[in-house]
Structures are given as C-alpha cells and as structure tokens.
Design a protein around this ligand. Structure first.
Ligand SMILES: [Zn+2]
Length: 150
C-alpha cells in the first residue's frame, strides 16, 4: 500500500478539528456484479495493450483465465499494434477486471468530528450528516474569514 502523505500542521493538535467519514468495507458494503453498478467495461467491452512476453501480459492472461479472482474473461485474438505491442479486446457482457471490487453500500456512512489531528486527538463524536455538514461548513468559513483578514 502507498504510504500516506501528511503535512505537519503549524499549530498544536488541539488547535484543529478532524472531520471524518467512515464506510468500513466489511460492515457497510456487499459485493455486487458489474451489471449492478452500471460498469462501463461490462456494457461496452474494453481493450488492454501490453508488451509481448512481459509481466503485464502474463498478469493479463492470468486475469482473463480466472487465476486471479476466479472469473474467466473471453478475449479476441490479440492484434499486434504498429509499435509491436499486443492489443487484447474483451467483448461486452462479461465481468471486468475490477468485478470483484464492485460493491454496494448497505449502511449509511458514519460521520464524526474529533478535536485534534492525526498527531493526537480526543475520542471522536458521532454526529448526524446535517450536523457534520453544518459544522464543517462553519469551520471552513472561519478559516476563509481569518485568511481574508490576513
Ligand atoms: Zn465491472
């Protein structure tokens, strides 16, 4: 996983509020099919271009043959591009390569506010979406007002 970049704020942690939205995948989503999410690749098909005999070509073939997520995909005979690459065309109507990642949210997000930032913070308060939106908007307006005063 890519590491997260965090700028170190100028003030102490207690000078900040953190506004969070949590949608844990395990408890708030269920896996769904390409058709349930209106997947563009399912609807229209897609193409991938790879260098022959490369690691990317091997991964593409593994994914098409179902060795990555268990779902097989059909493709047309690969065409060689003028640059010497191979272009694989996957016709519409079959699971895309992201099919196992398609999810539907089944529970509302948890919106929370906590005093502090990533360095140190208090226990978060769970608030309603309207309250979260109002307080975030007021906070942003205070920042804008302070910056415009100089
Ligand atoms: Zn899809």
């Amino acid at each position: 996983m890519r590491s997260l970049f965090r700028a170190t704020p100028n003030g102490p942690p207690g000078a900040y509020d953190t506004y969070g939205v949590r949608v844990p995948r395990a408890t708030h989503t269920i896996p769904v099919s390409c058709t349930s999410v209106g997947c563009e690749h399912y609807e229209n098909g897609w193409a991938c271009t790879v260098i022959p005999d490369s690691a990317e070509q091997k991964t593409l073939i593994d994914a098409a043959d179902g060795r990555i997520d268990g779902m097989r995909r059909q493709y047309l005979k690969p065409e060689r591009t003028p640059e010497g690459w191979l272009r694989y065309v996957f016709p519409a109507g079959q699971p895309c390569f992201a099919a196992s990642a398609h999810v539907e949210q089944i529970k509302p997000a948890t919106t929370l506010i906590q005093r502090g930032d990533w360095r140190r913070h208090e226990r978060p308060s769970i608030v309603s979406v309207p309250e979260w939106t109002d307080r975030l908007g007021e906070n942003q307006q205070r920042i804008i007002d302070r910056q415009s005063r100089g």
